[in-house]
Design a protein around this ligand. Sequence first.
Ligand code: GLC
Length: 553
Amino acid sequence: MNQPESMQMEQSGSPAWWRRSVVYQVYIRSFADGNGDGTGDLAGLRARLDHLAELGIDAIWVNPWYPSPMADGGYDVVDHRAIHLDFGTLAEADALISETHERGMRFLIDVVPNHTSVEHPWFQAALAAGSGSPERQRYIFRAGRGPGGDEPPTNWQAVFGGSAWTRVDDGEWYLHIFDISQPDLNWQHPEVRDEFDSILRFWVDRDVDGFRVDVAHGMVKDRSFPDAPVDLLDDRGQRLPDGSHPHWDRDELHQLIRRWRAVLDEYDNRMMVAEANVHPDRLPLYLRPGEYHQSFNFDLLKAKWSADDFRSIIVGSAARAAAIGAVSTWVLSNHDIVRHATRYGLPPGIDYERWLLDGPHDVLDAEAGARRARAAVMVTLALPGSTYIYQGDELGLPEVWDLPVEVLEDPTWERSKHTVKGRDGCRVPIPWAKHGSSFGFGEGPSWLPQPPIFGDLSVEAQKGDPASTLNLYRSAIRLRGDLFVADEELDMLDLGVDILAFRRGSGATVVVNMGSTPLPADDLPPGEIVLSSGPTIGTKLPPDAAVWLAPES
Ligand code: GLC
C-alpha cells in the first residue's frame, strides 16, 4: 500500500500522536466559569484540567477564544492574536497551554480563515475606504445586479439563511457565506495569505500543538461569480463529487493548505485537522502528502442507529483513509449538531431541526438514546484512528431541546426567520455539581439555562458510581490504550444483520447489538468481556448494548 510520509511516523518510529489520540472538544463558553460571570473561561478550564487528565484523553481542542462580538459563538473573530476579555488573557492562555502539557496532554486551537467579524479592523477599514479601495480587496466586494445594482451579485445563499450578500451604504455588496456579521476574506490577496501564516506561527510559538481549521472547504470562490445551480443552494452544495460548486470545495484551495502545512512543518510534531464537510470521495484530497494531517469524518454524525449504517460508514471511511496512508477520525457529536444521546432516542429518519422546533417531543425515548450513546462511544474508541469527544458526552448529556426561544443566541434562529431553532441546545453549560444555581458550572446562573436533570448527570453525581457514563468513558479510554492503539488493523465480523462486530489487530473484539432482540452469549466471539456498556450482560447481549472482549491468554 502506498503510505505517504512513511505512515506519518514520529522520529521515535511510532505512529504520530494524532493518528491514535482521543481529542476532547472544549466549547469554552460552556465548559467552566472561573470568574462567576455566567460564561466559561480559561480560569474555569485551568481549574478543571484534572477532570480531563483523569478521563485519560490525549489532547484538548478549544473552540475559538479570540476577541469577538460573539455573533456566531466566537467564529466571528476580531483579533486572531488575543483572547476574548470574557475568557481571560494571553498570559492565562500561556499558563493553560503549559499546564495542559504538564499533564501529558496536547493542546489544539481553532483557526477561522474563511471569514472575520465585521468588527475586524480590516473590515472596518474596508467600509471606511469605500468602493475600489485597496482595503476592500481583502474581502469580496462586488457591484450588484439589475437596475441600480439592487440585486445581489449572485444567487448564493448563506449557511445560516438568506442571501450570502449584504449591501453597504455606498451600494456595493460583500460576501458572507455564513452570518451577515462574518464577511468572507479574499484568499487571492497576498496580505490575507501572509497574515494567516503569521497567525499560525504566533500560536505555534506559544506552544500549541496544532489547529482545527474552520470551514476548510470554503475560502476559495469562483472569481467569475456564476450563479450556483438552484438545487445546490442548500447543504448539498457542499458535498458535490467533483469540486464544481462556485464556492465550496474548490480545487484551488489545496494550494493554501500546502502553504499552511509548510509553516507547521517548520516545527516538530504539530498537526492540523480540517473541518471539511465535503463528499466522501473528495475528503482524501485534503489528506494528501503536504496537506492536512487529519480531516473530520462527519459521516457518523449523520448515521442512524443502525448496524447497516454504522458498518458501511466504518468500512468505507477506514478503506478510503487506508488507501492514502491516513487514518480516519470518528465523531459522534460536536457544537453544531443535536447531541447523539438525543439523536439516537428519536425515530430513524426524523429531521432534527424540524423536531427541535415543532416536535412531537413525546417521540423521544431518552433512555434508549442514553443506552445507545454509551454503546456508540465503545465503537468510536475501539476503531483505528482518532476519536473526538464533545464536552459533556462523557456525562451522557442530552440535547436541551426545550430551551425557550427568548434565550437562543445562535444566529441561525434570526437568519432563518425563526424556522430553525439552531445549535444552542448542545451548547448548554455542563454540570459539575449536583446542586447550585448552575450545577457547579460557576457561581451564578449560566448564560444558557440548564435543565433540572443536569444535577443527576453532573460530574459530582457520576464520579463515585461505577456504573455511570463518566466511569464508562474513563474505563474505555484506559482500556483502549491496551487493546486498540498498537496497530491499525480492522476486520469486520458477521454476527447477523443487526449486530455490528469487528476485531482489531490485538485480537480484541467489539460487539454491539443494534437490533431489537437479545444476542445469545454463545454467539459472541471468544474472549473475556472486559467492558460492557450496560449494567449486566448475563447470558445475553441485550439490544442497545456493546461489549469489548479481550483475547483469551
Ligand atoms: C463551522 C463551525 C460553526 C460555525 C461555522 C462558521 O462550521 O463549527 O460553529 O458557525 O463554522 O464559522
